[in-house]
Each structure stands twice: as C-alpha cells, then as structure tokens.
Design a binder for this molecule. Structure first.
Ligand SMILES: Nc1ncnc2c1ncn2[C@@H]1O[C@H](COP(=O)(O)OP(=O)(O)OP(=O)(O)O)[C@@H](O)[C@H]1O
Ligand code: SF4
Ligand SMILES: [Mg+2]
Length: 397
C-alpha cells in the first residue's frame, strides 16, 4: 500500500488546510490550443500546451501573484479564470460554484463578479467612446442601475480611482498612460467584483507611475475586499502586493510559497534565476550570490515540451532523472511547494534526488520494483504535513 502525505490516521482522508476562505480554487487546469495544418483540409496536427495542470487558490479579499517569462501561460490562465476561454481540462471553483463548464446564461452573472484589468491601457479602451460611456457600459449591459443614476455612479468611480469626475466626457487619448489604466480599473470596479484578474496591469507604465497604480489597487482591495490574481512577468512587481506568489514555467507552476519564503529561500533553480534579476532583492537572501544567474538557451516550444522536467534544457543542475520523470509540485514547508528533484537553496541543492523514494524510482528515474511510491497531493492550497528536506521524510517541520 502506498503511504500518503497526511497527518490523518491510517486509512483516513488526507488532512488539508481548511479551504473555506478561498474565493477561487483552480485544480489541474489545462489549456491546449489546437495547431492546424495548412491547406484546404485543415487537420489538427498538434497542440500548444499553453497551461498544463496548474492548481492554486486565492483567498477572499487576498492576492496571489502569478509570475513567469513571456509565453509561460499566465494570460491563458487568467482568461480561463474569467471564462474568456473554456479550459481543456481541470476545474475552477469560484465562490463555492464550479464555473468550469458554465453555459452562456450562467456566464452573465459571473461577469459581474470576476473582472479583468488588461496590460495595455492604450488598446483596452475603445478610442471612439467617452470615458463615461466606457466606465458606465457594464452598468448598462447588466441593467443594474436606472439610466438616470448611471452618470452619478460613473463620476463616483472616477473619483475613487483618482480621476477628475468632471472629465467623464473626454476620450481616452486625452489621458496619460497611468490615467488610462485608472479608467480601465474604474471600469473593472463598476460592478463591484469579488475577484479581479489583473494581467500585467502596470507593465506598460513608467516606473514612477507603476507604484501609484499599485498603491491604488491596494487601497481598492482594502476598501472593497476584492481578491486579486495578479499576473506579472517579474517578481519585483508583485512583491509588495501579494503575500503569496506562484512561479510558472512553460505551462506549469514550478514553485509557490508565501512571500517571505519565496523571496528569501527560493528552492527552484528557475525562481533563483528570476530573483537574481530583481534589483531590489538583497543578494544575500539568494545565497549571497552577487552576479545575475543567466539561463542558457531559449524557452522550448509548448507544442513539444521537454520530457520530464520542462525546465531541464536550461537548468544548470539537471541530471538524468530530470529527463525521465516529471518532478511533482511537492510541499516542502508550511506554505511552500516546489517542483524539482533537487530542491534547495543556491549552493545547497542535494546531490541525490529527494523525490526518488516518493516516486518509486532509482536515481536515474527508472522504476524501482522494490519501492512503494507515495501519493503526493496535487490540489490547490497546502496540507498541514509536508516533506521535510532536512530529515528527508514526511512530517511536520
Ligand atoms: N489563442 C491561442 N492560440 C494558440 N496559441 C496560443 C493562444 N493564446 C496563447 N497561445 C500560446 O500559449 C502560450 C502561452 O501564452 P500566454 O499568452 O498565456 O503567455 P503569457 O505568459 O501571458 O506571456 P506574456 O508574458 O508574453 O503575456 C504561448 O506559447 C502562446 O503562443
Ligand atoms: S527537476 Fe532537474 S531540471 Fe528540473 S529544475 Fe530540478 S534540477 Fe533542474
Ligand atoms: Mg500575457
């Protein structure tokens, strides 16, 4: 019989953290885009595995940061959560309801509760509509206010995001980039959502304006108790906003943890490389390394990702097992999970794969007939038991 990573008595259900404060729980979410042949008969000849089995949770009124290089699947994940895309697989629970396969009728009320802020404040606003019309559109579409009350509410929203309420009659091109992003935020707030998916909301803005917009989002979050899935391509942006951060690489989450752990004790070689490029992270906290860790090679194609660990073609410490077996997203601390056969801080990665016994394989990743594999939880959130790297055993710290 396989052992499970659980504190429950033998035969009992795994002891997971109470999940009732989660507004969003995503489990094993997948998005495969078909690749078609050219020619008259367009056949499906492959799939872009844009997102391949991600699980995470966002607490009500809290925030999760989702970080990774261009093309790793962040926007696709955000678009599935807002149900702009229907996932290929997995499930999305929002506020206690399974919204994975919700039909068009069910989507309308959902659109009120989950809103999205887009990266580019230039293209996400219709240049031919006034700001009043843009911000008021959701109120009209959903018919939540009588017509004569819409203008008052629009002006209130403009004021909330720090814009002059008298400017409702102006057009987007009459505003600066930061102001346009504020208009996008006002539009997203119009229906008082419970969850905002912010897809790189400050990437297109000057650094000085970025801090203002992030502060605004923080104030709004506190005031209206909005939960955030905050997408960014570098770890610096989400650092002050998100108490919990997940790092993605080629469609998968490779490390997730609370802020203190992830920034000060990253265990995945990819997170370590990303952090070495963040100027405001004290280098002492990432193993005393002074120089930037430069990753060799390009990100492989998600149409034909590498076998085993998808990061192995660029990983400085990859070994045989990395090509043979995919590392599970293993919980290694109270609020810390990492998908690596050799997790450890810089300079302290183990020489033997820590996953060997758990997966029932030998050091090269070949099946070990004498071993008993362990059932490793793959859902969102954390268990109250984890794999302790110091003792190489399951247990509490
Ligand atoms: N509609 C689509 N059809 C086919 N492939 C797609 C589609 N949308 C995205 N992809 C592919 O899926 C992968 C993930 O794309 P996605 O836009 O989610 O990445 P991202 O992490 O948001 O990147 P960026 O930081 O550049 O915004 C990429 O390889 C992309 O080319
Ligand atoms: S599993 Fe192997 S290739 Fe992947 S990050 Fe860990 S050491 Fe590198
Ligand atoms: Mg994107």
């Amino acid at each position: 019989m396989s052992e499970t990573m659980s504190t429950a008595p033998a035969g009992g259900a795994p002891a997971a953290e109470p999940e009732d404060d989660a507004i969003l729980q995503v489990r094993n979410l997948k998005m495969y885009f078909p690749v078609k042949s050219t020619g008259i008969i367009r056949r499906t000849i492959g799939h872009v595995q844009a997102v391949d089995g991600v699980s995470f949770r966002v607490p009500a009124g809290g925030s999760l940061g989702l970080v990774g290089e261009s093309g790793c699947g962040k926007s696709t994940t955000g678009r599935m959560v807002t149900r702009l895309y229907e996932p290929t697989g997995g499930s999305i629970m929002f506020d206690g309801q399974d919204i994975t396969k919700i039909n068009a009728r069910g989507l309308k009320p959902l659109r009120r509760e989950i809103q999205m802020i887009f990266q580019d404040p230039y293209t996400s606003l219709n240049p031919r509509h006034t700001v009043g019309s843009i911000v008021g559109a959701p109120l009209r579409i959903h018919g939540v206010l009588p017509k004569d009350k819409v203008l008052g509410r629009v002006q209130e929203l403009l004021e909330i995001v720090g814009l002059n309420p008298e400017h409702y009659n102006r057009y987007p091109h009459e505003f600066s980039g930061g102001q346009r992003q504020r208009i996008g935020i006002a539009r997203a707030l119009t229906l008082q959502p419970k969850l905002l998916v912010a897809d790189e909301p400050v990437s297109a803005l000057d650094v000085s304006i970025q801090a203002q917009v992030i502060n605004l989002l923080r104030d709004l979050q506190k005031e209206f108790n909005i939960a955030f899935l905050f997408i960014a391509h570098d770890l610096a942006v989400v650092r002050h906003f998100c108490p919990e951060v997940a790092v993605m690489y080629l469609g998968k989450i490779v490390e997730v943890g609370d802020r203190e752990t992830l920034y000060n004790h990253p265990n995945h070689p990819y997170t370590q490389a990303l952090l070495s490029a963040v100027p405001d992270v004290s280098q002492a906290t990432i193993g005393g390394r002074r120089e930037r860790i430069r990753l060799e090679g390009d990100v492989p194609s998600p149409i034909n990702p590498p076998s085993g660990c998808r990061f192995r073609t660029r990983c400085p410490i990859a070994k045989d097992i990395c090509a043979a077996v995919e590392p599970p997203l293993l919980q290694i601390g109270p609020r810390h999970k990492v998908a690596c056969h050799f997790p450890g801080e810089i300079g302290a990665h183990p020489t033997e794969p820590v996953t060997q016994r758990l997966l029932g394989v030998d050091a090269h990743g070949q099946p070990d007939p004498g071993a008993s594999p362990v059932e490793i939880p793959s859902g969102p959130g954390y268990s109250d038991t984890w794999f302790d790297l110091r003792s190489n055993a399951l247990g509490r710290s």
